[in-house]
Design a protein around this ligand. Structure first.
Ligand SMILES: Nc1ncnc2c1ncn2[C@@H]1O[C@H](COP(=O)(O)OP(=O)(O)OP(=O)(O)O)[C@@H](O)[C@H]1O
Length: 256
């Protein structure tokens, strides 16, 4: 299944936030979206997920829904959004209960996604007993449980310290390598973008327009071994963004 954004334009009040954004996320592809603060990355993701209606243009899904997919577009947020009174398995179960999945089937799905995210030993733990990294693994397990066609990931690792972020990136690469998933992945972090993205869409400062697209034709599993190449790609993305980020920074300071 493909996610297609066609000529998306959006305004809040008098100001244009997104201007004529077109992009496609192909089946099995991770597309990263980077750009200066306030350029509309999260807005674009909300439009992609149907949470917000664009002022102009269209967001659509094309192709058959994967078998067993309960929710073709599924979000993963920075703040995990777990229910504190439910255990790890209870949090994953909730989305399945919402879809009316019978208990016996739920048990199988939960065991599968907890195994894939290395959480099997923590099934009975409560969120408050878990580190930030583990909480985000639960959020990823919960997203996988509905067999999404495309995951919409909004800064999923940015609440974590840098070491935990590294571990979670390894996990995402391992998950993707075992069973490819598609994702539209918004991040501030250019290192995450070059580690995970097949394509990196660089947006300009507000109004967000596509400034450039950097393609990375290197298998995900090899990237951690090829850090010098990734560093030069990361520098290239930063060169594209630098002026935009500087202008965006000034703009925000002016407002304050
Ligand atoms: N519901 C809303 N109503 C009015 N303005 C909004 C709303 N949501 C976002 N904005 C504004 O739209 C612009 C884009 O916001 P958005 O959160 O999409 O940007 P972003 O690129 O994700 O930002 P950041 O990198 O800082 O997270 C910002 O100026 C923001 O203040």
């Amino acid at each position: 299944m493909q996610l297609i954004l066609q000529n998306i334009t959006h305004r809040y009040g008098g100001s244009t936030v997104l201007d004529d954004i077109s992009l496609t996320v192909d089946d099995g592809e991770i597309v990263c979206i980077v750009g200066p603060s306030g350029c509309g990355k999260s807005t674009l993701l909300r439009i992609a997920g149907g949470l917000e209606k664009p002022g102009g243009g269209k967001a659509l899904l094309s192709g058959p829904t994967p078998e067993g997919s309960l929710n073709p577009l599924t979000y993963i947020f920075q703040d995990f959004a777990l229910l504190p009174w439910r255990t790890v398995e209870g949090n994953v179960s909730l989305v399945l209960e919402d879809h009316g999945i019978a208990r016996s089937e739920r048990t199988g799905i939960i065991a599968d996604v907890l195994a894939r995210t290395n959480l099997s030993d923590f099934a009975k733990a409560l969120p408050r007993q878990l580190s930030g990294g583990m909480k985000q693994r639960v959020a990823i397990a919960r997203a996988l449980a509905v067999k999404p066609a495309i995951m919409l990931m909004d800064e999923p690792l940015s609440a974590l310290d840098s070491q935990t972020r590294e571990l979670l990136m390894d996990d995402l690469v391992a998950l993707w390598t075992r069973e490819r998933f598609s994702a539209c992945y918004v991040t501030h972090n250019l290192n995450e973008a070059v580690r995970l993205g097949r394509r990196i869409i660089v947006l300009s400062r507000r109004p967000g327009r596509i400034r450039d697209i950097v393609e990375i034709d290197m298998p995900l599993a090899e990237r951690v071994e090829r850090l010098p190449e990734l560093e030069s790609l990361q520098r290239r993305v930063w060169e594209i963004m630098r002026e935009e980020a500087r202008e965006a920074d000034r703009e925000i300071t002016d407002v304050a």
